[in-house]
Ligand binder design. Structure first.
Ligand SMILES: [Mn+2]
Length: 334
């Protein structure tokens, strides 16, 4: 039995004595967080648990097609505090730092609920929860959820298959990133047998940008900075451009996707000014250098090929310059 399978058994045992379970993912839930929460929520529902799925903000419209969209609540400290206090188990997905649970972290930490963490981000201290199901080699957290459900021989239905599919297609960038493997394609094929409409899923996730977002994308690429002979490109989007163009729901991914399509590009950084003057940072690479190492030096983290952090308002401009200089140095040393 592998180490994670031993943990799977521990969780299965723990769940035998649990009735009320609350499950959540990180702030700004991406497809993997949503998919992992969705798959585990449905699994626990099938297992007759009293399960509540919480997200920290409304589900992105990109994932509105999912059955999961009908089965979650947006976290509200007023109404959900008691729910967490009464719960037997709290499961967090696709994060291993409490900070990424936003206002929910305080509520969980102040309660004495047992905690479980499903995650595939690199994590140094063994994990934040009582039971940690961590596999940094897993393509997506939804894959770990899928492995768990299979390990305990849970029933799989269309909702679980759809959720796991959303996890793996999101974290592989629709099967294009270096974490796409034969076993990922095998799993995708298996899941698609549950009557998943793949072109419709692709269209919902990747072809649902507003015209305002497309104009902002043009602004970001037109003002893009090129460094190290084009190996590093970056852009800084000021808040006023987002407001002037009427972008209602900003999304970094379509912009990052275009920027990293350049033939020389190895590293992309996108800095986006927020309403409060802070700057959110998205980093992408083709596998080298490690974006997690860069992000960590600035209080963030993530994966080798996709990481992020955020700069506070008072130091943001200086932080942008330091990060650009650091990436330049790392690339020159290669
Ligand atoms: Mn993930």
């Amino acid at each position: 039995m592998t180490p994670i399978e031993t943990r799977f058994d521990e969780l299965q045992e723990k769940l035998k004595g649990a009735e009320k379970v609350v499950i959540s993912g990180h702030q700004n839930a991406d497809g993997d967080a949503v998919g992992a929460v969705g798959a585990l929520r449905r699994h626990l529902e099938i297992e007759d648990k009293d399960v509540t799925a919480l997200l920290l903000e409304p589900l992105s419209p990109r994932y509105g097609f999912m059955e999961f969209g009908k089965h979650y609540q947006v976290f509200d400290p007023e109404s959900h505090g008691a729910l967490i206090d009464d719960a037997d188990l709290f499961i967090m997905c696709d994060l291993s730092t409490w900070g990424r649970l936003g206002p929910l972290s305080k509520v969980v930490e102040e309660s004495d609920v047992s905690t479980v963490c499903f995650d595939h981000h690199p994590c140094e201290n063994g994990g934040p929860a009582d039971i940690n199901l961590l596999d940094p080699k897993a393509t997506a957290t939804g894959r770990i959820a899928w492995d768990y459900i299979n390990h305990v021989e849970g029933h799989v239905d269309r909702e679980i298959a759809e959720s796991v599919f959303v996890s793996i297609c999101s974290d592989t960038g629709w099967f294009r990133y270096p974490n796409t493997s034969g076993s990922v394609m095998d799993l995708a094929a298996e899941l698609s047998k549950f009557r998943l409409d793949l072109p419709a899923i692709y269209r919902a996730i990747y072809q649902s940008n507003s015209a305002a977002m497309l104009r902002l994308l043009g602004h970001a690429t037109r003002t893009m900075n090129e460094e190290c002979g084009g190996r590093f490109v970056w852009s800084f989007i000021r808040r006023r451009f987002i407001e002037d163009l009427g972008v209602e729901r900003f999304d970094a991914d379509p912009i990052l996707d275009v920027m990293r399509s350049g033939d020389q590009v190895q590293v992309v950084a996108l800095f986006t000014e927020q309403a409060d003057g802070s700057v959110s940072v998205s980093l992408r690479s083709r596998g080298e250098p490690d974006m997690n190492v860069i992000a960590r030096q600035f209080g963030g983290g993530g994966h080798v090929y996709a990481s992020g952090t955020s700069f506070p308002p008072n130091t943001a401009e200086h932080d942008i310059r330091s990060m650009v200089a650091l990436i330049r140095r790392v690339l020159r040393a290669e």
